[in-house]
Design a protein around this ligand. Structure first.
Ligand code: C2E
Ligand code: MG
Ligand code: MG
Ligand code: MG
Length: 292
């Protein structure tokens, strides 16, 4: 994290920071190699519509299986890939792979589901976003309405007018746009009215706090109500318990994502469950919330 300190801050280098810097340096070299060696893959996590029990989206999540280190979490390597711009080739891989998979699922009969892809600020700044997505749509033959992109609240808040215009162009094409990790940044609720978004993903930490504290519960209820007023679709992230689900239902939250329903999984494993109609068995809850 040291490198993301603001300008003019003093840095004190402690031995363990040296270790961290070395680790980052090591990983940035390893990412370059790993892209060539195809060590990256995707997992997909279902987002379901509570009312219908249907899968509305699959969020594509990047995975790195390193030959010596094993699984390295995106929380660790994504920031490094962003800093070194390796997120650009990685992001290409994610978009194409996710869209190709969704196209296959579409053809196999999952017509209502969409795929959701995380896009980082470096990509937003660097890419001609609209052309990037258009090319992928052409190549994969996925209809634009079957794609969503997720941009975190903090990225969206710093987006320039130019980037906002590009995001809006995607929406004109029928692509959905979500604000990710909402509640972790510092946007005011009023900014929701002006952002070019269709879907609001409420951050996991917020969902968890709401289940244990009355004040957070009220805030969450207000956000859900306000988002509704603004015609935004609401997804609650990180739903782990039946209590959380009940709470969200009582607030009329429409969509949920979390370990209660399903962990992120490989497409292969998902295929097995999707097309053997054993969806409720993969739901960790055992409550059968997730079934076709
Ligand atoms: P995110 O976009 O907010 O993704 C949701 C994260 O929450 C995922 O972590 C997912 O595994 C985790 N999660 C889902 N349900 C639960 C739950 O019930 N409990 C808990 N404790 N966690 C849950 P993951 O896969 O480790 O990804 C972390 C972050 O890394 C993502 O957060 C996203 O910001 C970033 N990321 C992952 N893949 C990509 C990618 O392809 N591109 C970019 N730019 N960022 C990515
Ligand atoms: Mg996301
Ligand atoms: Mg999120
Ligand atoms: Mg997150």
């Amino acid at each position: 994290k040291a490198k993301s300190d603001g300008k003019g801050t003093f840095r004190v280098y402690l031995p363990e920071m040296g270790r961290e810097v070395r680790r980052q340096h090591y990983l940035s070299n390893e990412i370059r190699r790993a892209v060539n060696d195809s060590e990256f893959s995707l997992e997909f996590q279902p987002i379901i519509e509570i009312a219908s029990n249907q899968i509305a989206y699959f969020e594509a999540l990047l995975r790195w299986h390193h030959p010596h280190e094993g699984q390295i979490s995106p929380g660790e390597f994504i920031p490094i890939a962003e800093e070194t711009r390796q997120i650009l080739p990685l992001g290409d891989y994610v978009l194409y792979e996710a869209m190709q998979q969704m196209e296959q699922w579409n053809r196999a009969g999952l017509r209502k589901a969409r795929v959701s892809v995380n896009v980082s600020s470096v990509q937003l700044k660097q890419l001609a976003l609209r052309e990037w997505v258009e090319q992928a749509l052409q190549k994969t033959k996925l209809p634009p309405s079957c794609l969503m992109i997720e941009i975190t609240e903090s990225y969206l808040m710093e987006a320039t007018g130019d980037i906002i215009a590009q995001i809006d162009a995607l929406r004109q094409m029928g692509v959905k746009v979500a604000i990710d990790d909402f509640g972790t940044g510092y946007s005011s609720l009023s900014s929701l009215a002006s952002l070019p978004i269709d879907v609001l993903k409420i951050d996991r930490s917020f969902v968890n706090k709401a289940s244990s504290g009355k004040k957070y519960r009220r805030i969450l209820a207000s956000i859900v109500a306000l988002a509704k007023e603004l015609d935004l679709t609401i997804v609650a992230e990180g739903v782990e318990t039946a209590e959380e689900l009940e709470l969200l239902k009582s607030m009329k939250c429409q969509y949920i994502q979390g370990f209660l329903i399903s962990r992120p999984q490989t497409s292969k494993r998902l295929n097995h469950t999707l097309f053997n109609k054993r969806l409720s068995q993969v739901a960790n809850s055992g409550t059968g919330v997730w079934s076709e």
